[in-house]
Structures are given as C-alpha cells and as structure tokens.
Design a binder for this molecule. Structure first.
Ligand SMILES: Cc1cc2nc3c(=O)[nH]c(=O)nc-3n(C[C@H](O)[C@H](O)[C@H](O)COP(=O)(O)OP(=O)(O)OC[C@H]3O[C@@H](n4cnc5c(N)ncnc54)[C@H](O)[C@@H]3O)c2cc1C
Length: 604
C-alpha cells in the first residue's frame, strides 16, 4: 500500500499535521501506538496560557483543529492579562482530557483522505537521501512520498521515580524502541531531554472549604474564530489554589537525595524545561521563597483525578505522600497517580529547514516535542505547518513559512531552526519582538488569507474574514464623522485616549457592528504609534528576508568572516540574510561581509 503522506504519532502535532495534509487532498496515513490515546494530555489539563493561547488562535486562523477542539471540550476558560495591554492578553482553558481525545478522534475519523492505523514505527526507509516509506515493529512496510515524524515524548522514553528507571512511555503507554537508533544511523544528531508531571489526587479526598476558588470568566470566550457557541460559559468548573509551606520545603530538602533528579543515581540525565521546573527545582533554586503557588485543576468530568499544577516531582512514592499531605486542604489526600519524570529522545532542530523539512532526509518533516519543544500548543503549531508543507512539497509549491512578524508559530520555528535549543523550548511573549502585532485578537487578520490561498481555510471562514475587514473599513469611516465639539475632536482621534472605549459610543454608529471589528479599530487607534513603528521594523526585516543565500554557498570562500561566524553559518546554512542575522555568534560585521560577497559573486 502506498500513501502520499505518512504521519507518525497522533499527539497534538500529529493530529494537526494529518488533518492539514488530508484536507489539502493528500492520501494520508496516521500511524500511532494507541488509537485510544490520540491527542492525549499527559500533563496539564489545559490549553493555552501566556503566548500559547495566541498560538492556538493562530492554528485556528490557518484552518487547524486545536482551537475548535478546545472550545468543544473546555471546563473553564479565562482571558489572562486582561488588565494589561492587548499584546499580552491570551486565553487559557481547562480542558476535559477525556472528551478532548474523543472529539479529536471523531474529527480524524470523519476526515476524507485520512486513514488511522495502530502500530509502532521502527524504521524509516530512505533511498538516495529521500524518504520512501516506513517499517513497523511488526515488520510491515508501507510506502509514501513524504513522512512527518511527531513522536513526542515516546522515543526511547524512560520513566524516572527516585532511583527507579522504567523503559516506558507516559502513564504506562508503550514507548518507541527502535526509531532513535534508525535516526542516528541516518545521520541525525539526537538530544536527550526530560520533563515531569505532578501527582493526581482523588477529588473527594481534598478539603476544598479551606482553599480559595478560581472561577472562569463570566463571558463567552473562544479560541476558534468559528461563529459557533461550542460551550455554555454559564456552566464552568472551578479550580482551587493552595500553597506549599515550610513543612513541604523541609520534607523536600530532607529527601532531596532520593529524587531522581538530585539523587545522583544516573550518570547522565536528560535536560529539563527551565520554565516548567519541578517542585524540587523551585525549592532548591528559590530558597528565599516561603511558599509556591499550586493550582488544583479538574482533569475530566468522567473521572475523579485532580491535577496538582506546579507540583511535578520525581521523588519516590512514600516521599510524595508526605509532600502532598503537608499541603493545606490535602492533609488527607489520596494520590490516585504518582508524579514522575520522563526522559526521551528528540532531534537537534538545527537539522531542519524553516519549512520543518529535515536537511538530512528529503521529504521527511518533523514536528512537536521531537524538535525540542515542550507544550501541546507549540507541538500543534509545528504540526499544522509540517502538514501544509509536506503537501505543498509534493505539489512542487513553495513552502508556507511564517515570519517572526506574521505569527508566534513563525517565532517558534525560526528560533528552533536558527538558534537551536538544548533544553525543552517553551514559547514566551518575551521571545516575540513584534508581540504588539502578534495579538490574540488579530490572528485571523494576520494569517487566514494565507491559509485560504493554499486551500486550507473554508469558504465560510474566508467570507467571515472579508466581512470583518469590510466592517473595520466602515467603522473607520464612521468614526471620522462622530465628533465631540467640546473637544474639537472626532472619535477617530478621541480613541487614542486610554480611557476612551469605542463600546461606549455604539449609539452614535449608523448600524450594529461586531465586537471583534470594533475592538480591532479601537486597538489600531489606541496603539497606532507603536503599531506603525513595529510594522516599519517588520518591513525592514522582510526586505532583509528577501535577500536569499544560495544553497550552494561555500562559507570557506567568504574571506574575512570570523571563524565562529563561518562555523555557525556552515552549521545552520541560513536561507536568507535575515535568518543569518539571528544566528548567535554571527555579528553585524559578518553580515556586511556576507552581503558584499553575495553581491559580488551571486549578484544578490
Ligand atoms: C509526563 C509529561 C509531562 C509533561 N509536562 C509538560 C509540562 O509541564 N509543560 C508542557 O508544556 N508540556 C509538558 N509535557 C509535554 C507535552 O505533553 C507535549 O509537549 C505534547 O504532548 C507534545 O505533543 P507531540 O504531538 O509532539 O507529542 P505527544 O503528545 O507526546 O504525542 C506523540 C504521539 O506519537 C505516538 N508515537 C510515538 N512514537 C511512535 C512510533 N514510533 N510509532 C507510532 N506512533 C508513535 C505516541 O503514541 C503519541 O500518540 C509533558 C509530557 C509528559 C509525557
């Protein structure tokens, strides 16, 4: 049997990749270890958060599924940083892990051109440095023209609890034993990374009466730009807040030598995420902090597990019991699933092109945790781009590459393939120099036209985009004629004042406009100066981005380049001058030398 595209792994990256490839008309096979574990959330039961929530809206804007799936299955939703500027506002929802998987499986099963298969891929078949198929651990061979690897935290995964190392995937799932070795043989450099998860507590064993309650926002908020109310915002589940205390910190410090990460049991350990530290890391690193905040989050309405967010650990079970029982409200808690750390193999993302095709094997793409990132949203964002680009590659079309001023997904991928990473990479607003342009509210305006042009956005969604743009034009016209004689101003100028809200002047408009279009106009006027400045910077970067660097350039022939710059340029082999400017160790003087060289020898 032969497929156009084979996607290996049905996690958050794999689902988006397979849907994009199938929706673009490619005969797609999605192979995964356990069909009942599709779109699994092995860690926090939430979608979104700072920067991540904007990625989910971007995925939706380019025709992806995560936003819609999250809206259909959420237990609670909030707009984070509401009191701050629009550049950092971001949605975060509590998802029902059970219905999230069911909904995604249902969508996959009802997608044309998409076949789902349960198996473990053991080997990639490559001829003349080009992918031609895969072989499973049961020795079944399946051919393809392109393949997308999205194996997450499963490649040679080991579970670490205290001094015990168990070769296993997350929460008892099978791991992938052979693909790592095959990738190394093909010439890939692998990274050994690590992450961790907290214990799950039985809901009925917690004394919520002594904890503070955290409710969702009392308004309808959605990740998806679909105009469908996928949930009833009046029916949201609460989360609760507790804290560690002196007693917790003492138990951790007294037993630090028993923790998998601090016990010295293993010669070499995978590198963990700086921005998702274990509770041991927090207590050790921030000794002066008297307490650390912990959220109690519902995992699903179908079972009783409460997720203890912020308390991931690799301590042995008996110490975990002591640690949990030291927490307010959890004195009599029953641990249903113990915390653990997990180590797994990933590839060095400097071996990727900005299209997420590998430089090592043609028509082989990778997306998600395998590229050194951490997070459902980061994975899904890469997955949809890999799915789109595998399809475009088979059609001999130019890849879709989102720039740093187009999308957080663009920032994410550019950081990976240009700077690389040695620890699990998590997206942060601080990573995006154009964050004022990359807002949650305008993801459709930034990206949907691109998705429509490549055929991934529905007619209906495209018409909604055109309607919103038309509304924005009409509002711009109207606010010029809404005047405030006392202030000798019209609403267009008046909106620049921080305290002025466009929603307070709806009665002055000739007709009703959508909240979204009104919000856009208000933001564009209130932040006009900053937005213009950012757009100018982005244009400059785009112009530099147009300066292509030929694939066959020999950096040894470029005189006067600094040695470090020559080595780094050779390793990353940037596609454009713009990308070269972001490689650490390549200085402006090296860029100037390179541009002179390109002009002289390539007339670039
Ligand atoms: C214990 C744990 C704790 C985590 N903690 C955090 C955290 O605190 N913060 C955070 O941001 N992220 C955390 N994560 C990471 C988060 O789960 C991932 O970022 C996200 O799930 C990555 O999505 P993915 O699609 O790349 O891979 P995954 O969701 O891991 O999915 C990979 C899929 O590939 C399949 N697969 C793998 N190998 C093969 C093969 N050879 N053949 C066929 N199928 C295969 C698997 O069955 C699985 O369905 C944690 C993950 C784990 C396991």
């Amino acid at each position: 049997m032969k497929y156009d595209v084979i996607v290996v792994g049905a996690g958050h990256a794999g689902c988006e990749a397979a849907l994009a490839s199938a929706r673009l008309g490619k005969n797609t096979l999605l192979i995964t270890i356990n069909i009942n574990n599709i779109a699994d959330m092995p860690c926090n039961p939430s979608i979104g958060g700072s920067a991540k929530g904007i990625v989910v809206r971007e995925i939706d804007a380019v025709g992806g599924e995560m936003g819609r799936n999250a809206d259909k299955t959420l237990l609670q939703i909030k707009m984070l940083n509401r009191s701050k500027g629009p550049a950092v506002r971001s949605l975060r929802s509590q998802a029902d892990k059970v219905t999230y998987k069911k909904e995604m499986l249902n969508t996959l099963q009802h997608t044309n051109n998409l076949t789902i298969k349960e198996a473990i891929v053991a080997e990639l078949l490559v001829e003349n440095k080009k992918i031609v198929g895969i072989t499973t651990e049961d020795n079944e061979t399946i051919s393809c023209d392109a393949c997308i690897l999205t194996t997450g935290t499963y490649l040679k995964a080991d579970i670490l609890i205290g001094d015990k190392r168990t070769p296993e995937g997350p929460h008892g799932e099978k791991r992938a034993n052979f693909l790592s070795g095959n990738l190394e043989k093909l010439g890939f450099k692998l990274l050994r990374l690590k992450t961790g998860t907290p214990p799950r507590i039985e809901r009925s064993s917690i004394d919520f009466s002594v904890l503070s309650r955290e409710d969702g926002d009392d308004e309808e908020l959605t990740f998806s730009f679909d105009d469908i109310a996928y949930y009833n915002y009046k029916k949201q589940e609460p989360c609760y807040l507790t804290y560690t205390n002196e007693k917790t910190h003492k138990i951790i410090m007294d037993n630090l030598n028993k923790s998998a990460m601090y016990g010295g049991f293993y010669e070499k350990l995978g590198i963990g995420p700086r921005y998702c530290p274990s509770i041991e890391d927090k207590v050790v690193r921030f000794k002066d902090k008297e307490r650390h905040q912990l959220f109690l989050e519902p995992e699903s309405m179908s079972y009783d597990d409460i997720y203890l967010q912020g308390f991931s650990t690799s301590m042995p079970h008996d110490v975990q019991e002591e640690m949990v029982h030291s927490l307010k409200g959890l004195e009599h808690a029953k641990i249903l699933r113990y915390a653990y750390a997990i180590e797994y193999d990933a590839i060095d993302p400097l071996q990727l092109k900005p299209s997420l095709e590998t430089k090592v094997v043609e028509n082989l793409f990778t997306a998600g945790q395998i590229n050194g990132t951490s997070g459902y949203e980061e994975a899904a964002g890469q997955g949809i781009i890999a799915g789109i680009n595998a399809s475009l590659k088979l059609d001999n079309k130019e890849p879709l590459i989102l720039s740093r001023s187009d999308a957080y997904i663009g920032v994410l991928i550019d950081d990976l393939v240009t700077k690389g990473t040695i620890e699990p990479y998590r997206l942060l607003t601080s990573r995006a120099e154009f964050r004022l342009l990359l807002r949650s509210d305008n993801a459709d305006l930034r990206l949907s036209e691109k998705a429509y042009k490549i055929g991934l956005l529905s007619e209906k969604r495209h018409n909604m985009l055109l309607h919103k743009l038309k509304e924005m034009e009409e509002i711009e016209e109207e606010i010029k004629n809404i005047t405030f004689p006392q202030e000798k101003l019209n609403l267009s100028a008046y909106l620049k004042r921080p305290e002025v809200k466009i929603m307070d002047y709806l009665n002055k408009f000739s007709k009703e406009y959508s909240k979204e279009a009104l919000e856009q106009v208000e933001i564009n006027h209130k932040y006009e100066g900053y937005i213009m400045k950012a757009k100018k910077e982005a244009e400059k970067m785009k112009r530099l981005g147009k300066k292509q660097i030929p694939d066959d350039i020999d950096y040894n022939k470029v005189d006067n380049l600094a040695t470090e710059a020559r080595q780094k340029l050779e390793k990353v082999r940037p596609r454009t001058i713009d990308q070269a400017t972001r490689i650490s160790g390549v200085n402006p003087s090296d860029i100037a030398i390179l541009m002179v060289y390109l002009k002289r020898f390539y007339n670039e």
